[in-house]
Ligand binder design. Structure first.
Ligand code: KG4
Ligand code: ZN
Length: 333
């Protein structure tokens, strides 16, 4: 039976609403970014983020319905991100979703934001078969997740300190590039020499990651150069830093895939938009004969379509949330 899902995502600085048919067909995916609002503060200001979500969520939902060519009456279920994320921001989406579900008397589905990122892969590859390994790399998360079935996960490695995206954002800020830093470093690095500066790579003995040492090393390098009055080549620095991050992410993912014997690897999260990471991982996995899928860039960063996809599979499993659903900022996978 055909299922139309309205999905909402407001966990950070994007207000997004999407309409999906049968979980994999995206009829609309409206993403309204607050980046220009937060840019002058050099990062997301939680209180401003919540207020902006409140201001525009109704308009974003209306636009998603219009673009999909449906009305509220066509909706069979509402999926929403309820964590992890900023509590005030999450609450706006959760409250809106509850209101729609209650008014229409349709199921409400609470989705974990990270699960949503992973499910962006089912939008591209509906036939993705289990088990597969997913490298989750976002502003708040860096995890290697083994997916055994829908909703059955094992986190086999995670960062012990900074997330990969966080390292990108902090280094970009130190270079005076602006916010969010990942796309800016990605662009600048294309013109730089990745072998210009040898930054440390933390290869912990298991599948865990650590990026704070690398971040400190870049900051020390910049401080030393400033003290000596030396001019730095920002493109070389961006390229060298980016290579240090992606080397570890790629090596660990390939190592985990081989040791676990999985035949398919996917990636997810904002940092999965990084060109060097996309190309590097693809090449290395191809050499190993391991299949690799990656969502297009617009489905790597925060969007509601991925939440709708994860929500659809939860609906099939009858994992319906009560109307008392609350935001859980520290929600785990
Ligand atoms: O998944 P996402 O949109 O939000 C979170 O759930 O955190 O990820 C945002 C993160 C930011 O740290 C941003 O700098 C990073 O993803 N990012 C990138 C790129 N595009 C976004 N990092 C590296 N290269 C990119 N092209
Ligand atoms: Zn995200």
């Amino acid at each position: 039976m055909e299922k139309i899902i309205l999905a909402l995502e407001t966990s950070c600085d994007e207000t997004s609403a999407a309409v999906l048919k049968n979980g994999n067909i995206v009829l609309s995916n409206i993403i309204s970014s607050q980046i220009p609002v937060h840019q002058k503060f050099g990062g997301v200001v939680p209180e401003i983020a919540s207020r902006k979500h409140v201001e525009i969520i109704n308009g974003v939902i209306a636009e998603a319905l219009e673009k999909a060519g449906i009305t509220f009456r066509d909706i069979d279920a509402v999926a929403v991100t309820y964590g992890p994320g900023l509590v005030g921001a999450l609450l706006v989406g959760v409250t809106a979703a509850k209101a729609v579900a209650y008014a229409l008397n349709v199921p409400l589905i609470g989705v974990n934001h990270i699960e949503g990122h992973i499910y962006a892969n089912f939008l591209v590859e509906p036939g993705l078969s289990f088990p597969f390994l997913c490298l989750v790399v976002s502003g708040g998360h860096t995890e290697l997740v083994l997916l055994k079935d829908h909703g059955v996960y094992e986190v086999i490695g995670r960062t012990r300190d900074d997330a990969a995206g966080e390292a990108f954002d902090k280094v970009a800020r130190a270079l005076g590039l602006g916010y969010p830093g990942g796309p800016l470093i990605d662009k600048l690095a294309a013109a730089g020499n990745p072998a210009a500066v040898e930054f440390p790579r933390a290869y912990l003995e298991n599948y865990d990651f650590s990026f704070s040492g690398l971040k400190s090393s870049v900051l020390n390098y910049l401080n030393r150069a400033a003290q000596k009055g030396e001019k730095i080549n920002k493109a070389d620095l961006a390229a060298s830093f980016q290579r240090a991050v992606t080397d570890v992410l790629i090596d660990k993912t390939v190592m985990a895939a081989r040791e676990l014997g999985v035949k398919t690897v996917v990636m997810a999260g904002g940092v999965a938009a990084n060109k060097q990471l996309r190309e590097g991982l693809k090449k290395r996995l191809q050499e190993q004969g391991i299949s690799f899928f990656q969502p297009p860039i617009e489905l790597c960063t925060d969007n509601a379509a991925m939440i709708g996809c994860a929500g659809y599979y939860k609906l099939l499993r009858q994992q319906i949330a009560p109307l008392t659903l609350n935001a859980v900022p520290g929600l785990k996978l």
